[in-house]
Write a protein that binds this ligand. Structure first.
Ligand code: HEC
Length: 158
């Protein structure tokens, strides 16, 4: 946990330095500006989307909301959130048959979504894309408590 916070702070510091150096020097050498902020996923979400849209979308829907009687939503999935990319790849390789005690829907999650041609790299890409779906969902959902100042008017009994 602390490590995560440290990473955030390091990221912010790097950002500040990057911004500061933009204003100052007029040097054209940009070799030092590597993007280190992409530690979270080693896959390429854009490449992953291509596979997702041809395989996983059938059961999990275009936004990962899931489809009735087919795939589970993973926009809110703790399972996805709490697993590393490596663990997710292992999961995708075996899937989760309906007979698995962890299966909650009674529907098969086929190994590699039913496409044995997917390589490990493909799976890492897909996972990177799935994580963007989670992130997007979180941003769109906003705060469940709705910090709306006008909401306080409901104190009075009409
Ligand atoms: C034929 C339909 C089908 C396809 C295709 C499919 N899935 Fe699934 N998937 C399921 C079902 C059904 C479950 C839920 C199984 C259960 O009840 O636990 C599931 C579960 C999952 C979970 C676990 C979610 C959780 O919260 O437990 C992940 C992650 C997942 N699928 C990813 C994928 C990815 C990535 C692909 C594409 C490579 C894919 N699935 C393709 C049907 C499918």
């Amino acid at each position: 946990m602390d490590k995560k916070r440290l990473l955030w702070i390091a990221g912010i510091i790097i950002l500040i330095f990057a911004l500061a150096s933009c204003g100052g020097g007029g040097d054209s050498d940009t070799s030092g500006g590597d993007e280190e902020a992409t530690v979270a996923s080693k896959g390429d979400p854009d490449a992953g989307k291509v596979h997702y849209d041809s395989i996983c979308i059938a059961c999990h829907g275009p936004t990962g909301e899931g489809m009735e009687g087919l795939g589970k939503p993973f926009t809110t999935s703790e399972f996805v959130k709490n697993r590393t990319d490596d663990q997710m790849v292992e999961f995708l390789k075996v899937g989760r048959p309906s007979g698995d005690p962890l299966n909650t829907t009674g529907v098969d999650m086929p190994p590699k979504g039913g496409n044995p041609a997917l390589t490990d790299d493909d799976l890492y890409d897909i996972i990177a894309f799935v994580r963007t779906l989670q992130k997007r969902h979180r941003l769109e959902a906003g705060h469940p408590l709705r910090p709306d100042p006008a909401g306080s008017t409901r104190l009075s009994h009409g």
